[in-house]
Design a protein around this ligand. Structure first.
Ligand code: GRF
Length: 236
């Protein structure tokens, strides 16, 4: 974490493995973001226990404790501000946010979705991928806009769909990619390498992620010998 790190609040509903990946990344020296709080709409979310064990402030805000969806989201917003959040990451947060909240955080709120958007919005993405017969599947990090899973795309990672894949096996392969992609995308946003303007993701060309050689997120360190397969799997 660097001294000018952006303050990030993560919203979860359950397991929190993407949240854990962001926490681990933020613990690295010079990472441009720090995780300052985790909010869950489920008091028993496993992710809350994990975040608390890492010394991160956590807060459960259950929908049933509030009279309306708007009141729930206002409490979430107040809690994000209470943590001093500057960026919000949705990581398996299983509720649609009100347009009011989304609009307030426009350009500063991102989500990870387990499919190559705009394919397979919503739930059951791995089943839909298998049923459709696509040979590539993956995950997307995008800015959050009021319409579900439709905001401007920041980064995507693709994985192969293999002939014998079950939903579970494919989900695991995508999840591994999610855990690499989300920290990269947050890094890009936190350092100002990407922003949202007129409903589009705008990349700052000075960013190391979008220089000509490093246009693609790669699993391998960049070198003159480009590993095309690794590059093709991490394409912003
Ligand atoms: C992930 O697949 C994420 O892409 C989706 O919900 C799942 C959450 O998993 N939005 P986890 O809670 O991060 O383990």
């Amino acid at each position: 974490m660097s001294r000018t790190a952006k303050r990030v609040v993560i919203l979860i509903s359950g397991r929190g493995s993407n949240m854990a990946a962001l926490i681990d990344a933020a613990a690295e020296k010079d990472y441009p973001a720090e995780i300052v709080g985790v909010i869950s709409d489920k008091a028993d979310a496993a992710g809350l226990t994990h975040a608390a064990s890492k010394g991160i402030p956590v807060k459960a805000l259950e929908r049933r404790s509030f009279g309306s969806k708007d009141a729930h989201d206002q409490a979430i917003d107040a809690t994000i501000h209470g943590f001093g959040g500057e960026i919000v990451c949705l990581a398996g947060y299983m509720r649609l946010l009100t347009p009011r909240l989304v609009t307030e955080w426009a350009g500063r709120m991102i989500n990870i979705h387990p499919a190559l958007l705009p394919l397979f919005k919503g739930l059951d993405t791995h089943r839909l991928a298998l049923e459709s017969g696509v040979r590539l599947h993956g995950c997307t990090v995008h800015f959050v806009t009021p319409e579900m899973d439709s905001g401007p795309i920041i980064a995507q990672a693709a994985v192969p769909v293999l002939p014998d894949d079950t939903e579970e096996v494919l989900a695991q392969r995508v999840l591994k990619a999610e855990h690499k992609l989300y920290p990269l995308a947050l890094e890009l946003l936190a350092q100002g390498g990407v922003g949202m303007k007129d409903g589009k993701a705008i990349f700052r060309s000075a960013s190391p992620f979008v220089s000509p050689e490093a246009r693609l997120f790669s699993l391998a360190p960049h070198s003159a010998e480009v590993d095309v397969e690794a590059l093709a799997r991490f394409t912003p």
